[in-house]
Design a protein around this ligand. Sequence first.
Ligand code: ADP
Length: 606
Amino acid sequence: MYRKYFFPAVAFLVVFISVLLLGSSLNAMVPVFRSGDTIGADYRGSIATLDGFRQDGDGNYCADLKGRCETDDLTLIFISSAPDTIYVNGTKAVLDTYGSISGRLLVAQIPAEAFSYGKAGVWSIRLELHSASADSLSGLSLCSIDSAMTIVAVYNVLMPMIYGILLTISVYGFLLYLSKRDGTLLLFSLYTLCLFLWCFTPCLISHFGVKSSVLSFVHIYSFDFAVILGMVTCLSFCKLKMSGRRRWLDKWYGILALCLAFSLLENCLSARSGEVLLFLFYMAGCAVLVITCGKSDRKPWVALCGLSITQALRFIAIQYPHPSFYFDLMKLLRLLTLPYVIGCMIDINTSFARKFREAELLACELDKKVEERTKQLTEQQQIKTNLMTNIFHDLRTPLLIMRGCMDKLKNERRYDEEMVQILDERLAFITDMTEDLFATIKLEDKSLFMETEPVPLEPILRKIVDGCRIEADKKNIGIECRCKVKAVAWGDETWLSRAFQNLIANAVYYSKPDGGSVRVLMDTADGRILIEISDHGVGIAPEDKDKIFDRYYRVSGTKKHKSSGLGLSIAASVIAHHNGSIKVNSKVGEGTTFLVELPLWSIEQE
Ligand code: ADP
């Protein structure tokens, strides 16, 4: 049951532990000079952490350092906050931003005259940080002035880049949201906007020297809001919906209330406790992402890996109260949150790309279906046009003949036996034709009502065969009906008679004169009624076999003057309405057999 969560959990742990080990070892590579330490002659001014400060009676932080190295350009570098004044052996050191665009990197070169030299060229200094907060000791480092300036230059390049990335992601998300109203996207855009405001407001404050309470307010609240929005984005990946009384938490006012509640809580805590709370809070986020990767089809793997990296970095920040300068610089650049932000962005974009692809495939499929349907409709339209043309053509010929006969009768003003017979025949043809057309149209109607009753087939077949006997005699051919069983079908007697009438009449009509015979056989097998109508007639060419059941199809060369081309299509439709089937076997010049199968209702006993 829990197996599906195994891989996401392992992925989280692997990334988390790898980053933790890597970060810790990089942190440990930076040298640390503690109060009372002697700096060796080989020290060339690379970054080294200063630690071991103690507070004197006045609340100032102090540290003593000795050294043998060059003292020309030794510099102190502070991140985020710095003390008001720095004294080195009582001499004041000047604090400067050295062009740091946010003003949050502060550099103080130790004056050369402040060093006091003892025996064997060992110098010693006492650092006194007046009005310093514990925060200003974090990341406090010793380096050469050149290193400090390089760091400021690198910071000046990276800072606008990272803040720019956050702003771009946020604007991009909002623009995308305008086209596709997706909740996760909106939350993510607001989250990155809050992160940007949190990063950017201190720059405004320090760069323009604006001590605006509004900006400070924005700075504090944007951070708290970002924490909650980042978490809610995480929850929205798993489409977690609150139910019952907690439903309001899903609404915008619910999220706002959460943000405000978190702000109140966070502002009551110390900076360190706030960091611990944030870490634990986002550990819950990791659990949510692990569950989402395990069970939902929207798998935010990249967001999970991004959050693992972010959490590992946060853990290092909590674990080491005084991490290396580089680590503090990363914190200042807001690089800790960036992996999670980028992970979320990749996952959201991937899910959009997937949806887009699905929509594209669907559109392609629809296009194909529309094309097929249009083709079918065009074909149907063509068939209908042909049908109409044929009907008009077939009706026009007898009507013209009838018109001629009528004219002749009118002119001669006498009873002409021959003319009346022609008129009779043509009228009969038009009547049959309209009957067939009417039947065809009725059979097309899906809601056609057919009687449903037991239909004994033997009397029907015999009656039709007897009816055809005169025509068969005229052609000098035999006609017989053999029913092995008295099968009863279920359906409409009139329609069934009509179908068999068409088949048997065709068999007689297409039989060669003076030879062979028409046979109608009935039997049953496997709960089906089998009726075979065979003749020794002209046969049907293989290429016509599939088409003879089409409406109005007449094999070319058919000279049947009563032909409507609708007989077989009516027969096939009626059989289909009775859940039966019709097949044809034929050989040109030898004969044709129609095989009809109908469901067996019952067998009449003798
Ligand atoms: P028609 O009124 O022309 O007979 P049908 O739909 O009944 O129309 O038949 C369609 C075509 O099938 C006919 O034109 C004929 O060529 C062919 N056909 C039907 N029954 C037979 C048969 N028993 N033997 C040979 N050809 C047949």
